[in-house]
Design a protein around this ligand. Structure first.
Ligand SMILES: Cc1cc2nc3c(=O)[nH]c(=O)nc-3n(C[C@H](O)[C@H](O)[C@H](O)COP(=O)(O)OP(=O)(O)OC[C@H]3O[C@@H](n4cnc5c(N)ncnc54)[C@H](O)[C@@H]3O)c2cc1C
Length: 368
């Protein structure tokens, strides 16, 4: 099939990787930005695959799809040659003594929502130190064993290199799509192009079709520290500002460049890098991180380990998560077109499973 994918962000890329597993397809990406995708929400994301920790605000369907995605991510990353961009070592959840009630409430709620949450283990100080020695000052916490994380920025970068090598993939960057209809891409310059099937994976850019789509602003901060080594995604429960810290190791170390072409950041040799996030604000404002958000995230970080006081802030990013009113993902399929959207704060957690479902829907329409 000759396939068009409008929107080469997270979902568009995962979709193309699936389609390329069958060599009969030719794929044309259309994206309003560059093929590196640095303005896509998929580039800003922490990449956490946290079906349990997300259950606080999510439905159990997110849990089920999340588990399926966790099973699918390793082979997708292998397909693009990203062998060290995936980790499944579980999540640590901790809190300060005054917030232990909050922590207990959170875990209790998870256990009431799904039976599988029985695998979540309580941690005392000794157990925390065995798992993450640098969290030695924390007296209580919980460990969620099955959760993982994708190195989102390197996924985006490695996928470009992979698509560039594929003779049956064309990347039309800086080519905004005005609208889509069955079998047809309508471009801003008034021209139309016909395909055997069209996919709409424009995230927030699909508002012209999904009127109720909204953006939920998220801000993240990247820091580098040379004397703290936390190896697992770690969440700090707090009644007002919840923090997560996602270690990115020294993924760029060994690359003899001041500026890493994969993650677009400079790298200080010997420093560990962490992504700190994320705010959740009902706004489509893409302006830089606010002072309030910076103070909240960084002061929570400082309480996780005081040596973070000497960490260096190397980057901040703002983006918007595409979401519907119910914060659930949506697939819409009719002859000649499939639309996938609304992955909200669960894009990495859901994309492989949602794409799998979308392709099943497309196949069943074609055979009926
Ligand atoms: C701060 C933050 C942290 C996050 N952390 C996580 C996390 O830890 N785990 C998790 O699972 N999810 C996380 N997410 C959510 C995840 O990033 C999104 O759900 C996901 O990126 C949505 O994918 P998408 O492909 O629909 O949209 P995007 O990734 O935004 O891609 C949309 C693409 O469409 C293109 N486009 C838009 N309009 C047009 C047009 N008219 N013509 C052509 N191209 C167009 C854009 O340029 C872009 O490349 C996070 C998001 C944010 C903002």
């Amino acid at each position: 099939m000759n396939i068009a994918i409008a929107g080469a962000g997270l979902v568009g890329r995962v979709l193309a990787l699936n389609l390329l597993q069958s060599t009969e397809h030719t794929i044309t990406f259309f994206d309003k930005d560059s093929k590196e995708g640095v303005h896509a929400a998929g580039f800003t994301a922490a990449g956490m695959l946290a079906p349990y920790a997300e259950l606080e605000t999510a439905e159990s369907i997110i849990f089920e799809l999340g588990h399926r995605s966790i099973a699918l991510w390793p082979s997708l990353l292998k397909q693009i040659g990203l062998f060290d961009g995936y980790q499944q070592k579980g999540t640590v959840i901790t809190a300060h003594p005054q917030d232990f009630g909050e922590l207990e409430h959170f875990i209790g709620m998870l256990k009431r929502k799904i039976g599988e949450a029985e695998t979540i283990r309580p941690l005392d100080n000794e157990a925390i130190k065995r798992l993450e020695p640098d969290l030695f000052s924390h007296r209580r916490g919980f460990f969620i064993p099955d959760e993982g994380v994708v190195d989102a920025q390197r996924f985006m970068a490695f996928s470009v290199t992979y698509f560039d090598r594929m003779p049956n993939v064309t990347f039309r960057e800086y080519t905004p799509v005005k609208r889509l209809s069955p079998y047809t891409v309508h471009l801003n310059d008034g021209t139309e192009e016909r395909f055997d099937w069209v996919f709409d994976t424009r995230g927030l850019g699909a508002k012209e079709y999904f009127k109720e789509l909204r953006g939920v602003r998220g801000e993240v901060i990247w820091v580098e520290a040379n004397d703290i080594d936390i190896t697992r995604p770690t969440r700090l429960m707090h009644p007002r500002y919840k923090l997560y810290l996602v270690p990115r190791g020294n993924g760029c170390e060994g690359i003899d460049l001041e500026y890493c072409k994969d993650c677009k950041l400079s790298q200080t040799k010997g420093y560990k890098r962490y992504l700190i996030g994320a705010t959740e604000i009902e706004s489509e404002d893409l302006s830089p991180i606010s002072v309030r958000s910076s103070m909240e995230l960084l002061s929570a970080l400082y309480t996780l380990h005081p040596s973070f006081g000497e960490a260096r802030v190397v980057n901040t990013e703002t983006n918007c998560r595409p979401a519907f009113k119910d914060n659930l993902p949506r697939i819409e399929t009719q002859e000649g077109i499939t639309r996938i959207n609304g992955l909200y704060r669960h894009g990495y957690l859901l994309a492989p499973a949602i794409v799998e479902k979308a392709l099943e829907e497309m196949a069943s329409l074609q055979t009926s």
